[in-house]
Design a protein around this ligand. Structure first.
Ligand code: DGL
Length: 276
């Protein structure tokens, strides 16, 4: 059964930056948000692990009847999107192509900060240079950022020092544009902007994936025609922890459910008496 809901997932609170844009650009859409908080950070994991997690999440989301899925995670988009697109019977959008397109439209010397897995995949370099081979791309893996954000240490002096270190090689290359290549990083925008010269433009792919989702919904005739239902928040880890951390970005404390993945439906549906 298909519902009128868009599934959005990330490893944690990073996808809230995409959720915020969806609220702004698609206010009538109902959203099911999943944060795989029991298994974050994704950015230090292998491609095989990430693919497995993404398959499990998509399987669960399709069981919830979502009409579209937005992979609000660069690491999953970089390492799994291409493979899983043909495995599920639902439109699946990632953040990398919309982010790359936006960056190419404004810059020639593009820096990307991302998780180690996304940086190593070269997904942004490939996407950008496929659009314009003359654009230069520098990617930096930033392993400390996601743990610092998930531990709510955004305003620590340490976070500022780490950010300065990560940005230094990009500033040395005189980039004109910086892509937030991890959906968690827009949460660090005040810290990053304090380090970056004003002339450098920043690109938040969340803005452009929300616009791409609007286009895709129109194309498929899937736009919601009724008012949005409250967002359903689910996590694989501690729901209270997620609720407490999220309140600063959502402006209210969300109701959060815990979900155990992977869900094996056929097994769960077997009634006990039929096993006797
Ligand atoms: N927010 C995610 C991304 O965009 C994942 C971060 C992580 O869990 O390492 O890559």
């Amino acid at each position: 059964m298909t519902t009128d809901t868009i599934g959005v997932f990330d490893s944690g609170v990073g996808g809230l930056t995409v959720l915020r844009e969806l609220y702004r650009q698609l206010p009538s859409e109902s959203i099911l948000y999943f944060g795989d908080t029991a298994r974050l950070p994704y950015g230090n994991r292998s491609g095989a692990e990430i693919l497995q997690f993404v398959r499990e999440i998509l399987h669960w989301m399709t069981l919830q009847g979502v009409k579209m899925v937005i992979v609000a995670c660069n690491t999953s988009s970089a390492l799994a999107l291409e493979t899983v697109r043909s495995e599920f019977n639902v439109p699946i959008l990632g953040v990398i192509l919309p982010g790359a397109r936006a960056a190419v439209s404004i810059g020639k010397r593009i820096g990307v900060i991302a998780t180690p897995a996304t940086a190593a995949s070269n997904a942004y370099r490939h996407a950008i240079q496929e659009i314009d081979p003359t654009v230069q791309v520098w990617q930096v893996g930033c392993p400390a950022f996601v743990p610092l954000i998930e531990q709510n240490r955004i305003n620590d002096a340490y976070t500022y020092e780490v950010a300065k270190e990560y940005l230094a090689p990009l500033l040395q290359q005189q980039i004109d544009t910086l892509i937030y290549g991890c959906t968690h990083y827009p949460h660090l925008a005040p810290v990053l902007r304090a380090i970056l010269p004003r002339s450098i433009r920043t690109v938040d792919p969340a803005v452009y994936v929300a616009a791409a989702a609007a286009q895709e919904l129109d194309l498929l005739g899937l736009r919601s025609t009724s008012p949005a239902q409250p967002t359903r928040f689910c996590v694989s880890g501690d729901p209270d922890r997620f609720a407490q951390l999220s309140v600063q970005w959502l402006g209210c404390t969300p109701l959060v459910e815990q979900v155990c993945l992977p869900v094996s439906v056929p097994f769960q549906q077997v009634p006990l008496e039929s096993l006797e």
